[in-house]
Design a binder for this molecule. Structure first.
Ligand code: SF4
Ligand code: SF4
Length: 230
């Protein structure tokens, strides 16, 4: 399986992604995980592949006035990732396995696409990325990557190919957060808490009722983390 894994990683970087990680889906059986499980989408699931790109900084610098530009830039990042994921899905299937592409939160399908009752996706890309060794969580409830902090966009492939997976090596919550908490202070919806949890409904209601469906992004803009060695 090392050959397929290497081929996937090489293809992903050649196609323009900034990071890629692979998770063993057994992480979704852990007690600390409270979201939906990708195994409920693909019962034969063996690997979750996370792909990510950095989001251009100009889209954050121009917030909050540039919300339309920010939202459009996020969708462009999602579209870029979707094309790469499609190529990788075809590559996996050329090796005799199955693959499907999970929708990102904030895609044109709608922000809370999967589960309207809990406002949760089909599974947490961020939790998968953490277990793939791609970063850890910030108080803004987002993945903090080493190179780009939370200013990233991700998508995921589900496959029955038993790929070589990464491991989580960092503490679950980023250690820089305890001396910062800026994202909690700036959140206009009071959706973030000092315990690292999020009131999803407050964030969703703010973006849909106040912003007409445009994204907010202030908890990402304010975050000072990037180019960090943890
Ligand atoms: S803004 Fe501060 S507290 Fe929030 S995620 Fe970034 S470093 Fe952590
Ligand atoms: S996107 Fe905006 S409303 Fe939602 S948690 Fe971040 S700062 Fe708060």
């Amino acid at each position: 399986m090392k050959d397929i894994t290497k081929s996937l990683i090489d293809n992903a970087f050649a196609s323009g992604v900034d990071f890629i990680g692979i998770t063993d889906p057994s992480c979704f059986e852990k007690k600390d995980y409270t979201g939906n499980r990708p195994q409920d989408v693909m019962p034969d699931l063996k690997s979750v592949v996370i792909l990510g790109v950095a989001v251009p900084k100009g889209s954050f610098n121009t917030l909050p006035e540039g919300r339309a530009e920010y939202t459009n830039t996020l969708l462009a990042a999602t579209a870029t990732l979707r094309i790469v994921a499609y190529r990788l899905a075809r590559l996996i299937e050329s090796k005799g396995y199955m693959a499907t592409i999970s929708p990102s939160e904030g895609s044109e399908f709608g922000y809370w696409y999967a589960d309207r009752r809990t406002l949760k996706a089909n599974f947490s890309f961020k939790y998968a990325a953490y277990h793939a060794g791609l970063g850890n969580f910030g108080m803004n409830h987002l993945l903090i990557t080493e190179d780009f902090g939370p200013k990233v966009r991700m998508t995921a492939l589900l496959t029955d190919a038993p790929l070589e997976s990464g491991t989580a090596e960092l503490p679950f919550i980023n250690q820089e957060c305890k001396n910062c908490m800026k994202c909690i202070e700036i959140c206009p919806a009071k959706a973030l808490t000092s315990e690292g949890t999020i009131h999803r409904e407050r964030c969703a209601e703010y973006m849909f009722n106040e912003l007409g469906g445009l994204r907010c992004g202030l908890c990402i803009k304010i975050c000072p983390l990037e180019n960090i060695k943890q």
